[in-house]
Write a protein that binds this ligand. Structure first.
Ligand code: MTE
Length: 322
């Protein structure tokens, strides 16, 4: 039988006001009462002041764009990328953006454990300020054969691995999504193996393309896209890109991911994009662009082979493309 311990951040909202929000709200209201919103806020438009009060990381956006990672496709419309989502915790269909607004993202504690020098528990708002934030435009390819091009803000996952200080025997990092029973109706679908889990080898996690994204379109990450932090590995199918992460566990055992547990013959550990290897139920040769609906050829490693092909040399018996 599964025994589930309640985690600290799952305390019902009525019992706790998130400290950061509380502190900021007090500052904000205190400033209003005094007839001034404070020196820093006075230079900001009212909308930004409110945004900062609601999200203590709002001042980090937009981050400078790293032009080395631009692509030759048009960036998709923001409204499309923010309203056509996969986030099964909120429903097994694409239109979960309203439902996802119930997710509680402050406070947000991240645990780093397993084969590390020392376990770490850190609040997202503290972690993000230790990391080098930048914007990168990446292609994104869902296993369902739709694709988008979006500007992510975030930091190289290598910076997180360095921060975690894994032991020399660690080979993989397993990531876990939050389980909020009171806000995530999908968790009641007991036939899914919650929580959502994904994994990478450490070589993949420290590849320069791997990113922990905290924002999109120059703003903090919307809940439906995986606030406050999610994985972005643009050469892999989208299901690897786990959202709303609460835990990074370093291990010497290959993690079994959520979808692999459900259907190992359809969704494997590696899940590298390859137009020549069809999904057992559909072709992967073409992809549909989210905004225009245009069908275009899919590229090996989603066009990122120069960065990642070397990771998979001499791995002959592995199902690298499913
Ligand atoms: N992460 C969690 N926790 N739950 C999910 O259902 N879906 C995955 C991935 N990460 C999913 C998840 C899939 S299948 C895709 S295609 C992408 O999120 C979609 O990301 P997007 O909604 O930001 O486009």
């Amino acid at each position: 039988m599964l025994i589930r311990r309640q985690k600290g951040w799952e305390i019902p909202e009525r019992d706790v006001t998130p400290q950061a929000l509380y502190r900021n709200r007090r500052q904000f209201l205190g400033g209003l009462a005094a007839g001034t919103i404070g020196a820093a806020a006075a230079t900001l438009p009212a909308g930004r002041v409110l945004a900062q009060a609601m999200d203590p990381t709002a001042d980090l956006y937009p981050a400078p764009r790293n032009e080395s990672y631009t692509v030759d496709r048009a960036i998709d419309e923001k409204a499309k990328a923010l309203t056509y989502n996969n986030f099964y915790e909120f429903g097994s269909h694409k239109f979960i953006s309203d439902a996802a607004q119930a997710m509680k993202i402050r406070p947000w504690t991240i645990k780093i454990d397993g084969m590390v020098e020392q376990e770490i528990e850190i609040d997202f708002d503290d972690l993000v300020r230790k990391m080098p934030l930048e914007e990168r435009v990446y292609r994104f390819r869902c296993v369902e054969a739709w694709a988008m091009t979006v500007p992510w803000t975030g930091f190289p996952m290598k910076a997180l691995v360095d921060f975690a200080k894994p032991l020399s025997g660690a080979k993989y990092v397993e990531m876990e999504t939050a389980s909020q029973r009171d806000t995530m109706p999908g968790l009641r679908q007991f036939w899914y193996p919650w929580p959502y889990v994904e994994g990478l080898t450490l070589a993949e996690a420290t590849n320069e393309l791997s990113m922990i994204a905290t924002g999109i379109y120059g703003e903090a990450m919307p809940k439906q896209n995986g606030a406050p932090l999610r994985l972005v590995t643009p050469w892999k199918y989208g299901f690897k890109n786990i959202k709303s992460i609460v835990r990074f566990t370093f291990t010497d055992k290959r993690p079994v991911s959520f979808w692999e547990r459900i259907a190992e013959t359809e969704y494997g550990f590696w899940a590298n994009v390859n137009p020549q290897i069809p999904h057992p139920r559909w072709s992967q040769a073409q992809e549909r662009l989210l905004t225009t609906g245009e069908e275009v050829p899919t590229l090996l490693f989603n066009g990122y082979g120069d960065y990642v092909a070397d990771l998979y040399k001499d791995m002959d018996g592995e199902n690298l493309y499913m």
